[in-house]
Write a protein that binds this ligand. Structure first.
Ligand code: GTP
Ligand code: GTP
Ligand code: MG
Ligand code: MG
Ligand code: ZN
Ligand code: ZN
Lengths: 211, 211
């Protein structure tokens, strides 16, 4: 528990910095291969060049994701955990060193591919997105409930594959809402772009200060 | 480190019991939704009714997998970790209580869906299988190397979806072998049954006592 409160202390510091600077920080969590990086790639591709956006991406090995994300012209950094199965606030804080946070409107944080551990670590984010792909099965919200319970939005990805997989999207929605009645849901395909209007709308809605 | 040696102590006990009884224990590791349960379902469906096989399946929540697997007539038990992101030897030992291990030819252990942590915990198994699905991306062996390094076989699943996904199977094979030159590979579809001959052959080959 001592370790967790140290995380929460740093997360609170980050949250205060983001709020002071009007930076929207979004934490992306999913199983390996659900399409977090693809979602961010397509999202960055849709932004105007002058948009003040940056990305931190965490993996236990390689900088593959950072390299993919760096192609869109916005600042991107790779956090290499070396073996730790989740990002924590301290890693994010270190990853942000030297970045001009005062001039950042949006900070995307792609977490390590893992449906279990990342959800336990507050990164100071304003919103959490869980990505579930139609190839994974409708019962995942029930089997990994903490991740879906603590998410603000579920992005149901790879809907282009629906004709070819035994996936009941309605059931997946129901399962997500059983675990988290407040969760919002958008259905997208990162390959075809279907559903991206709804995704952009949700994103912009997060930028509006509450109250 | 003290915790890990306790795990290794129990794993060694289990390994000795399996060897004494001639039980082949196989540990199945993958990301959530790659198809571990589907692979085991299809495998059990193909066994003669008299085969002395049993299955332990681990999840953080629900007994969905155990219920699916129980439909084939063989003994199945669910291990509910409650939150722990991997199975360890102690959980397996407890899960086996009351089972007549002397009369077991094969014990399948389905691990918690997670490409990071399960690989660090010896369960006393003879062989480790990592399941990777064609929907996850070819770079997963490089991004989660410990899991692929410590596996004896990679099952590349969902090959029925190859026409619809941007997946280079050859590259996935190369990446797996870069991390683990000794790894064996079979390509299957749990929905169509394609490739299952090779999977069964590998399984039977594990039953032959070494030397
Ligand atoms: N058919 C289809 N494939 C997709 C879609 N989105 C992503 N993919 C593919 O899914 C695979 C994994 O995508 P990634 O973006 O690497 O997934 P990720 O969640 O970032 O993976 P990790 O960071 O390793 O956890 C890649 O082969 C993508 O091309 C989609 O909408 N449809
Ligand atoms: N198209 C296709 N879908 C498959 C195949 N194998 C499994 N699936 C589907 O993939 C989804 C996940 O399968 P599961 O067997 O639950 O995967 P799992 O690895 O056991 O998942 P967890 O235990 O939760 O980690 C389900 O919707 C299956 O129907 C396949 O070969 N082809
Ligand atoms: Mg990624
Ligand atoms: Mg399963
Ligand atoms: Zn973890
Ligand atoms: Zn773990």
């Amino acid at each position: 528990r001592k370790v967790l409160s140290e995380n929460d202390r740093i997360a609170a510091e980050l949250r205060a910095i983001y709020e002071r600077n009007g930076t929207l920080c979004v934490n992306f969590i999913s199983a390996p291969g659900s399409g977090k990086t693809a979602l961010l790639e397509r999202t960055l591709a849709g932004f105007d060049a002058g948009r003040r956006v940056a990305v931190l991406t965490g993996d236990i090995q390689t900088d593959n994701d950072a390299r993919r994300l760096a192609r869109y012209g916005f600042p991107v950094r790779q956090i290499s955990t070396g073996g730790t199965c989740h990002l924590d606030a301290r890693m994010v804080q270190r990853g942000l060193e030297g970045w001009p946070l005062e001039s950042l409107d949006i900070l995307f944080v792609e977490n390590v591919g893992n449906l279990v551990c990342p959800t336990s670590y507050d990164l100071g984010e304003k919103a959490r997105v869980v990505v579930l792909s139609v190839t994974e099965g409708e019962d995942k919200p029930l089997k990994y409930p903490a991740t879906f319970y603590r998410a603000d939005l579920m992005v149901l990805n790879k809907i282009d594959l629906l004709p070819y997989v035994p996936f009941d999207a309605g059931l997946a929605h129901d399962n997500a809402r059983r675990v988290n009645p407040q969760i919002e849901i958008v259905n997208v395909s990162c390959t075809t772009g279907e559903g991206f209007d709804a995704w952009y709308r949700w994103l912009e809605a997060q930028r509006v200060p509450v109250g």
